[in-house]
Structure formats: structure tokens, C-alpha cells
Design a binder for this molecule. Structure first.
Ligand code: NOJ
Length: 553
């Protein structure tokens, strides 16, 4: 499949890039206080370079009370003092650039922290003031203004009076689509637009190469804030069908904002990018976010959620590549991030089993051996597809989800806001193990989330010189992806041994993944270039066991 429209950004790096997500709190801790930091990232730039990645994306690094691990930003123009200083940040950008890697940061425009000076000023100023107009304050007697539910549970509205202490605020509410500590901005207010244009310039002037845009489908709400007729509870039994649809999401008005931002980025160059975190499941609606004058990439979450279901995987590849081709944009593949159960653990359940609520010690546990095989095979297949690909820190070490975190250690606001019924995302956020020392894998004695007993066995130190390690596999895979030009290739399906064996050609390379329960044999498809699982060849026939994948050529 090839792009069908002409665009001026045809030759840009991000169309085929591999991008590594750094979750700063858990990546690397240079000062041993149990919390990752910017110097920790600087220390590992050579490690990152050894993965042949093109860029890193750093999850929020700003001052924040950490009500949602940094996605509650208190100051958009500084660095969280726990993580370092602006000078450290500048050194990080310079160090990455020296090594030929770009740096994306996380732009959080849907909401600020309730500790942001604007929200504090809004509380102090009282209703009807210009300060309040920067957020979504509404009057409603007794009940919240509508039935919207917050993504972390409970109503999306909280009363103003307890925060402002003003009796006149009785029956006034403010909107927060996430935690109450994350009030939503009012994107109808020109000051909000101006503020974020200034924000873009501030960080572009410091040399960043782009922005991953948090909740990109959420900034504009439906006119009049009508009730959500699917009900307010995201965590109800049938919730999967409900997530991120309805009047708070994917409104046409968001696109004007991205066109405005693209103009700012164009002052710096077409190589600066915006990446949509938009949980939009209609491929053509998602493709609207990556039109030439808007963003460059949008995570393909439908693919992330396709599971171990060959028909579904193929269908999503076709529909998303087809929709993006119509706007001339590549597809952006991703299997893990800080919001989902790590993919080797996801693939350790029956296909179709939902892990959206996270996994606790008393939940069904994944079959990790199977999950590791399938997760690795899916990774190889995915990285062979044309487009860009993201990996989430630690997946190159083969880290599973941590499913036995003590409940009292959990920090995800979901756990608190659902009255301890939805465990949430902490299991994917446990600090990375660097050293082979069970007492201190690199985060001192007290990592901010406790690490499992066996965590040191996954450490980079253990894997560094082992040619059979996960780390070696990721390094080989990403290097080979670059030399074979797979990211800028095209895709053509070939006939597999069965419907459950996906076989496709990308340029000179054949990609195969065996999602059936049987051994598959393929003739005339070349030799094994890299494999996940025991793939063998003899007499021109390649044998691919169940749950294995390979690139052939
Ligand atoms: C998406 C982020 O990835 C997630 O971690 C966060 O909780 C929400 N947006 C709210 O900012």
C-alpha cells in the first residue's frame, strides 16, 4: 500500500522512525533517591543510542504535585525539582543531539494541575472573572452540571466551594475529565491558545524536536456540554465499548488547535513534530489528526488492542494503513506504554481477555512463558511494518507487568478514585532494573514503586553481553529494520499456511507470524534474517513453530 497524496513532508525522519518512551520517574535514578531524574537519562544516552533509535519521547518532566505522575502540570516552563533543572534538561537535549537522537516532550494541554497558578488565581478571583474563564466552571444546583464520568472514576465535576472557601461558590462546579487535581482548560478562551503557543516556542527554542500531545482528542467539548447518553461510569462492566466516545471526545473543533500549532512548528521546520495520543477508534477519524497541516503521527491504539487474534490484527493493519494513505501519513505502531499492561503479560492471557483495569495479586495471572513468546513474536512482526514504531522503556529487557504490587504501594489515581476496585497502571511503571544487585538495581533501597524480588535478573547488566538476551534481540531487530528500510517500505499480503499465519512482503523482506497452534511451513520465502522463536530452514522451506515470527529475505 502506498501513500496516495502528495505532501511537502514526504522525506521526513519521523515517517519511519523508531522512538523510545522514557517515563522519567522510573527510567534511571542518578542520585539514588528512588526517583528517576534527568541526569539519569543523560547517563544512559549511550545505552539508548545502542538501540539504534531515532528519538526519545520523555513523559512529563515538569513541576507537578504528581497526582497523576506528572500529567498534572503545575508549571509548563520548568523541570520538576525532583528530576533536575532546566540546565540539566538542556544538557540532555544537547547530548541526545550529539548522538544523532531527537527529543520529544509531553505536552499536556487538556488540563493543568489544580496547583497551577492559573487555577489558583481562578479560585481566588471568583465566578464571572476572566481568571475563571480559563477553565470550565459551571453553575448547577445540587447536582453536577451533567452526567459525565471522569476517566479515573467518579463524576467529572467537583464542587468549587471546598477549594475556594467562598460561600458564593455554593453550587459551582469545575470540570476534570481525569482526577479532581486536573482541572480542564477552556479551549474557547483565546488566552489558553496564546499560552500554549508560547509554551511551544519556549521548548522549541530550547531545541526540542516535537511534542507528544496528551489526550489530543479531548480539548474541545460538545457545545452545551450535553449529557453522555452512554452513562457516566467508565468502569462499569460493559465499559470497554464506552471509553473515550461521547460528547467530551474527538470533537471536530480540536483540529483547529492542531493547525494553529503546526504553524508555530513550521517556523522552526517541518522536521518538528506533533504526535497525537488520541483514543479514537474510527481509522478515518484518527487519520484526520495526521493531515499535512496538523500532526505527524498518531498512535495506532486499535492495533495495540487487537490482541492475539490473527483476523483482527490483519483487519486493523489494513484499515489503519488504508485510512492514513488517504491523507498521505504513515501509521505509528505501538504495543506498550505507561497506560497499559506490558504486552508480554497481555499476551499471556486467552485472546479477548481484557486487562484494561490492570492486574492485581488476586486477579487471574498471565501465563508468562507463553506471553513472552507471543509478545516477542508480535514485537518482531510489528517492527517489520512500514511506518514509525514506538517502544516503551523496559520492553527491550523483556520486562513483564508487575502483578504483585502491594495495594498500599499503588499510586495510580484510578485505584483511589474507584474505591480500590480498579488496580490501574502502576504495574507497568515500576522502575527499570539496571544492575544485577537484588538490593539495589539502580534506584537505591527505596524505589518509588517497589520492584519484584527477581527484578535484578532482568537487568541491563545481566543482558548486556548475552547474545541470546531480549536486549540483544531488540538491538539486532532495530538495526536490521533500518538497514532493510522496512519503516519506509510498503505492505503486500502473501498467502500463509493458514488464515492464522500472517505473511506479508515489505520490499525485499517477508514478514511472518504464526498465530495458529500448529507448526507452519513456508516455501520460497527466503532465509531467516531474524527470528523470535525457533524458526529453522532446510531445503528452501522455512519452519515456523506456533507463537514464533521471523523476517525472511
Ligand atoms: C494520558 C496519559 O498517557 C495518562 O498517563 C494520563 O493519566 C492521562 N492522559 C491524563 O493526562
Amino acid at each position: 500500500m502506498s501513500d496516495q497524496v502528495t505532501r511537502s513532508d514526504w522525506d521526513q525522519w519521523w515517517r519511519h522512525a523508531v522512538i523510545y518512551q522514557v517515563y522519567p520517574r522510573s527510567f534511571n535514578d542518578a542520585n539514588g533517591d528512588g526517583v528517576g531524574d534527568i541526569r539519569g537519562i543523560i547517563e544512559r544516552l549511550d545505552y539508548l543510542k545502542s538501540l539504534s533509535i531515532d528519538a526519545i519521547w520523555i513523559s512529563p518532566h515538569y513541576p507537578s504535585p504528581q497526582a497523576d505522575t506528572g500529567y498534572d502540570v503545575a508549571d509548563y516552563h520548568d523541570v520538576n525539582p525532583e528530576y533536575g533543572t532546566l540546565e540539566d534538561f538542556d544538557e540532555l537535549v544537547a547530548g541526545a543531539h550529539e548522538r544523532g537522537m531527537r527529543v520529544l516532550i509531553d505536552l499536556v494541554p487538556n488540563h493543568s494541575s489544580d496547583q497551577h497558578e492559573w487555577f489558583q488565581a481562578a479560585l481566588a478571583a471568583g465566578h464571572g472573572s476572566p481568571e475563571r474563564d480559563r477553565y470550565m466552571f459551571r453553575y448547577s444546583e445540587g447536582e453536577p452540571p451533567n452526567n459525565w464520568g471522569a476517566a479515573f472514576g467518579g463524576s467529572a465535576w467537583s464542587p468549587v466551594e471546598p477549594l475556594s472557601g467562598k460561600a458564593e461558590d455554593r453550587d459551582w462546579w469545575y470540570l476534570h475529565m481525569f482526577a479532581p487535581e486536573q482541572p480542564d482548560f477552556n479551549w474557547e478562551n483565546p488566552e489558553v491558545h496564546e499560552f500554549f503557543r508560547g509554551y511551544l516556542r519556549f521548548w522549541l527554542d530550547r531545541g526540542v524536536d516535537g511534542f507528544r500531545v496528551d489526550v489530543a482528542h479531548g480539548l474541545v467539548k460538545a457545545e452545551g456540554l450535553p449529557d453522555d447518553n452512554r452513562g457516566p461510569d467508565k468502569w462499569a462492566a460493559d465499559a470497554d465499548a464506552q471509553i473515550d466516545h461521547g460528547p467530551a471526545w474527538d470533537q471536530d473543533g480540536v483540529h483547529e488547535i492542531y493547525r494553529e500549532w503546526r504553524e508555530v512548528l513550521n517556523e522552526y521546520g517541518r522536521d518538528r513534530i506533533l504526535v497525537a495520543e488520541a483514543w479514537v477508534y474510527d481509522p478515518s477519524r484518527l487519520a484526520d489528526y495526521v493531515r499535512e497541516e496538523e500532526m505527524s503521527q498518531a498512535f495506532n491504539f486499535e492495533y495495540l488492542e487487537a490482541g492475539w487474534l490473527p483476523g483482527r490484527v490483519r483487519e486493523v493493519i489494513d484499515s489503519t494503513m488504508g485510512a492514513n494513505a488517504r491523507v498521505g501519513a504513515p501509521v505509528t505502531w505501538v504495543l506498550s506504554n505507561h497506560d497499559v499492561v506490558r504486552h508480554p503479560s497481555r499476551f499471556g492471557f486467552e485472546p479477548g481477555y481484557s486487562t484494561k483495569s490492570g492486574i492485581g495479586f488476586d486477579d487471574p495471572q498471565p501465563d508468562l512463558e507463553l506471553g513472552m513468546q507471543r509478545g516477542k513474536a508480535m514485537t518482531l512482526f510489528t517492527f517489520g511494518l512500514p511506518g514509525s514504531a514506538y517502544l516503551y522503556q523496559g520492553e527491550e529487557l523483556g520486562l513483564p507487568e508487575v502483578t504483585d504490587l502491594p495495594d498500599e504501594a499503588r499510586q495510580d489515581p484510578t485505584w483511589l478514585r474507584t474505591n480500590h476496585t480498579v488496580r490501574g497502571r502502576d504495574g507497568a511503571r515500576v522502575p527499570l532494573p539496571w544492575r544485577n544487585d537484588p538490593k539495589d538495581t539502580g534506584f537505591g533501597q527505596n524505589p518509588w514503586l517497589p520492584q519484584p524480588q527477581d527484578w535484578a535478573s532482568y537487568s541491563a547488566e545481566v543482558q548486556e553481553n548475552d547474545p541470546d538476551s531480549f536486549l540483544a534481540f531488540y538491538r539486532d531487530m532495530i538495526r536490521l529494520r533500518g538497514s532493510l528500510g522496512l519503516g519506509s517500505g510498503s505492505l503486500e499480503w502473501l498467502e500463509g499456511a493458514s488464515d492464522e499465519v500472517l505473511v506479508a512482503r515489505n520490499g525485499q523482506t517477508v514478514l511472518v507470524i504464526n498465530m495458529s497452534g500448529e507448526v507452519a511451513e513456508l516455501a520460497g520465502v527466503g532465509s531467516v534474517l531474524i527470528a523470535a522463536g525457533e524458526v529453522t530452514e532446510s531445503g528452501g522451506v522455512v519452519t515456523v513453530p506456533a507463537n514464533a515470527a521471523a523476517w525472511l529475505g
